[in-house]
Design a protein around this ligand. Structure first.
Ligand code: ADP
Ligand code: TRP
Length: 335
């Protein structure tokens, strides 16, 4: 992540939303989740929320949505999002998000939304059933951000445009009605470029079915690791670690010494990809062990998890309701 030097940033506020969209994988973890925990621990004020309203643009099954929200809350709490340090909440618990979306809709030019990638892609794929919700997605996201007046918004590259739209909408509102909103900076996750999938060819993604899920049962993870596609160099022959997906995944978890030791085994020959996969599996399970245990514990105590979310919502509401009052006043809804 191209985070500005964190020591000079204490006192600043970061905010990010995560859309519940299924079981998290190593790409999500190294590309987003881990960074959120590091930012939380850097001394900045941190707001992280579950963007369940955004999921409604693609998801129509209430049972699945509920489950995905629970899973995401468990995942984030298990990897170290700490409610004492982060305001962790669920977007739909704060009605100000939807209320302010209407107000910002009324200053947002349609042609700005027509340029948004997600909508453009849907239209170019011929999606005749693209909904008003999908079209308006960037305005809801702008509200998510602006209502909390953060300094930085950590997001993946794919979301940079949405943060820029939020800045444009904030600027427009401020020009029309007077200053309310801060223009936040996107903070782009660049940790590893992107994490390669088990096919060794494309970015790890739920939609490509090439993922390793750190919270799946051990048998599933083993199957995913053993299924990593490698080249067909025979066991005896020397191998180039830099060209191998198993090695690149191992590097995510290993220290410098361990990486050097594994690279030497590759180059010496007599060490097969199957052996490397076993090492990767061991390393991965060891790395996630405390998180997996924590997740199991939390799962046994859902009342506690719900309590965390409702306390998070209460804190988020303090800020959201203040911003709402300012906006209501500026636009003339307060008599
Ligand atoms: P998916 O492609 O599996 O649907 P999402 O779009 O839900 O993943 O990803 C949520 C966030 O996780 C993204 O904004 C991005 O920051 C991060 N992410 C997802 N996949 C990867 C990957 N392969 N490498 C790095 N980061 C990723
Ligand atoms: N659209 C983001 C994504 O798919 C999720 C999101 C919703 C978000 N609201 C946000 C991210 C506000 C940052 C800030 O990843």
């Amino acid at each position: 992540m191209n985070s500005p030097s964190t020591t000079s940033q204490s006192g600043k506020r970061i905010l990010s939303g995560v859309q519940p969209s299924g079981i998290q994988h190593l790409g999500n973890y190294f590309g987003a989740m881990k960074g959120h925990v590091e930012l939380q621990n850097s001394g900045m004020e941190s707001f992280i929320f579950i963007a369940d309203l955004h999921s409604l643009t693609t998801l129509r099954d209430p049972k699945i949505l509920k489950q995905m929200v629970i899973d995401l809350a468990l995942d984030y709490l298990a990897i170290g999002i700490d409610p004492a340090k982060t305001v962790f909440f669920r977007q739909s618990d704060i009605s100000e998000h939807t209320e302010l979306t209407w107000i910002l809709n009324c200053v947002t030019p349609v042609n700005m939304l027509e340029q948004a990638h997600a909508y453009k892609d849907a239209v170019s794929r011929g999606a005749k059933d693209a909904t008003a919700g999908l079209f308006d997605y960037p305005v809801l996201m702008a509200v998510d951000i602006l209502i909390y007046k953060p300094d930085f918004v950590p997001v993946g590259k794919d979301q940079k445009q949405h943060v820029e739209i939020a800045r444009d909408i904030a600027g427009k509102f401020n020009r029309v009605y007077g200053n309310v909103f801060r223009l936040p900076e996107p903070m782009i996750h660049e940790t590893h470029g992107y994490i390669l999938g088990t096919d060794g060819a494309s970015k790890m993604s739920k939609s490509y079915g090439n993922v390793i899920n750190m919270f799946a049962d051990e048998k599933t993870i083993k199957k995913q690791v053993m299924g990593i596609i490698t080249d067909s160099t025979p066991v005896d022959a020397p191998k180039d670690p830099e060209k191998d997906t198993v090695y690149s995944m191992y590097s995510l978890f290993a220290g410098e010494d361990e990486k050097t030791a594994l690279a030497a085994k590759y180059r010496a020959g007599g060490f097969g990809y199957g052996d490397a996969k076993k090492l990767l599996l061991e390393k991965l399970m060891e790395y996630f062990k405390p998180y997996r245990e924590e997740r199991e514990k939390l799962k046994q105590n859902m009342d506690h998890v719900k309590d965390i979310l409702s306390k998070g919502a209460a804190k988020a509401r303090e800020t959201a309701s203040k911003t709402k009052a300012e906006v209501w006043d500026k636009v003339g809804l307060k008599i």
